[in-house]
Design a binder for this molecule. Structure first.
Ligand SMILES: Cc1cc2nc3c(=O)[nH]c(=O)nc-3n(C[C@H](O)[C@H](O)[C@H](O)COP(=O)(O)O)c2cc1C
Length: 408
């Protein structure tokens, strides 16, 4: 699906730590090499238990470095302060797999082997592809370590769910080499690099009385997929998050809100600094005209609902040079309504979900959308995973506007 942008002339240091997924790094190395990257491999002692350095040595066409001490590292041919020399070399460091142990070491600044010394002395971007048993993955220390590292600027590629070496299916399996390659290519493709992307996610709650609310079935999966895809393309992402049923992706700044009024003020505040806004939240259209201050009792309850603020329309008036993508949910007169909304709300793109289509919109892991600009329909995706849809939306956005011009 993605264009091969090539990694010609890119110097990548591939760190390999002691997990069973080390065998997948052989494929990763091959993929990086076929894209033209110059790759040097540093392995931990534990990693050598899983795959022999010779395999990486042969495929990378460079000596594999393991030891910190010893004349000039492992080969006896290079500097006695090899870790400092190696740290000056790469354009990017990728550690795949990253063990729970190495994550904790990076958080604490530990430097007791060659890889951790190189990372300590390296000033560029480090990509981590954690892989471990699902219980180790969910361990609070591991999760806190990941949050800390991602706040410090480490780029984390979340593991997927699939067969674990432990013999069952669960979360913790290292991202597939193709996904890591894609991530790396996007880091070098700076179209979203340096951009501040603001995404609204999930549903809102509108109070009827102190305990009851009006809400909707939004899960937040689409908005978080957009946030994750923008993050993977190098953007600094802020998500204004309402009611959701899934956790946010790591590396995304989260501002939690509850009502449409909260969402409106959080989005407006964050919008001042944003370059791109993607309004994927399902903001309630109606709220109680006068919510009760005490809990309602009795057999019947007649409610009067009034329209909430149309946040997208308000924001459209503050647009300036920013790029705005709206999401809409339509069941009738889709094209006509989409074009009208684009103009009225001053959006660049409108992504229309049709909840009547099987596997689309609320709660599903998949979606099917139509993407419009002011001239008409640009693209119909058909059913795809929400992450794939997110990537398509960002690709279309990038085609529509040269984002570098926003930054000038
Ligand atoms: C068979 C086996 C498989 C392992 N797989 C993993 C793994 O997938 N992820 C992980 O974090 N640790 C795993 N470990 C534990 C690490 O190898 C251990 O924590 C080691 O100290 C990591 O060292 P390193 O981070 O320096 O490479 C495994 C251990 C064994 C014996």
């Amino acid at each position: 699906m993605y264009m091969n942008r090539g990694l010609e002339n890119k110097k990548i240091l591939l760190g390999i730590t002691g997990g069973i997924a080390a065998y997948k790094s052989v494929f990763l190395l091959r993929l990086l090499k076929t894209r033209g990257a110059d790759v040097r491999v540093v392995m931990t002692e534990s990693a050598c238990q899983f795959v022999a350095p010779l395999t990486f040595e042969t495929l990378s066409e460079h000596p594999v470095q393991v030891r910190l001490f010893g004349a000039g590292g492992d080969q006896g041919t290079v500097s006695p302060v090899e870790h400092i020399e190696l740290a000056k070399w790469p354009d990017l460091v990728v550690i795949a797999p990253t063990t729970a142990n190495t994550l904790s070491k990076l958080v604490a600044g530990g430097a007791d082997d060659l890889l951790s010394n190189v990372v300590s002395a390296y000033e560029g971007t480090v990509v981590l592809a954690p892989a471990m048993n699902d219980v180790m993955w969910r361990n609070k220390s591991t999760q806190e370590n990941l949050q800390t590292l991602s706040h410090r600027g480490y780029r984390v590629i979340s593991p997927g769910t699939g067969d674990l070496a432990c013999g069952y299916e669960a979360e913790g399996r290292m991202a597939e080499p193709e996904r890591i390659l894609d991530f790396v290519e996007r880091l070098f493709d700076s179209d979203f690099g340096n951009l501040k992307v603001l995404v609204s996610v999930g549903g809102t709650e509108e109070d009827l009385d102190p305990v009851r609310v009006i809400s909707n079935r939004s899960s937040g999966k689409m908005g978080f997929a957009i946030a994750e895809a923008a993050r993977d393309r190098g953007a600094q992402v802020t998500a204004v998050v309402g009611r959701v049923s899934v956790p946010p992706p790591v590396g995304v700044r989260v501002l939690s809100v509850r009502t449409s009024a909260d969402m409106s003020s959080a989005v407006k505040q964050a919008f001042v600094e944003a370059d791109v806004l993607i309004m994927a939240a399902a903001v309630a259209d109606y709220k109680a005209s006068s919510p009760l201050v005490r809990k309602k009792k009795g057999d019947t309850w007649t409610l009067e609902l009034i329209a909430t603020e149309d946040i997208l329309e308000s924001i459209g008036k503050m647009k300036g040079r920013r790029f705005i993508v709206g999401f809409a949910l339509e069941t009738d007169n889709i094209e006509e309504n989409a074009k009208e909304k684009l103009v009225k709300k001053n959006c660049d793109l409108l992504v229309v979900n049709n909840p009547l289509e099987d596997g689309a919109a609320f709660e599903h892991d998949t979606n099917s959308v139509l993407i419009y600009n002011t001239k008409g329909l640009l693209l119909e995706t058909g059913i795809k995973s929400k992450r794939e849809i997110a990537d398509i939306v960002l690709q279309v956005a990038r085609k529509e506007k040269n984002f570098q011009k926003i930054l000038v």
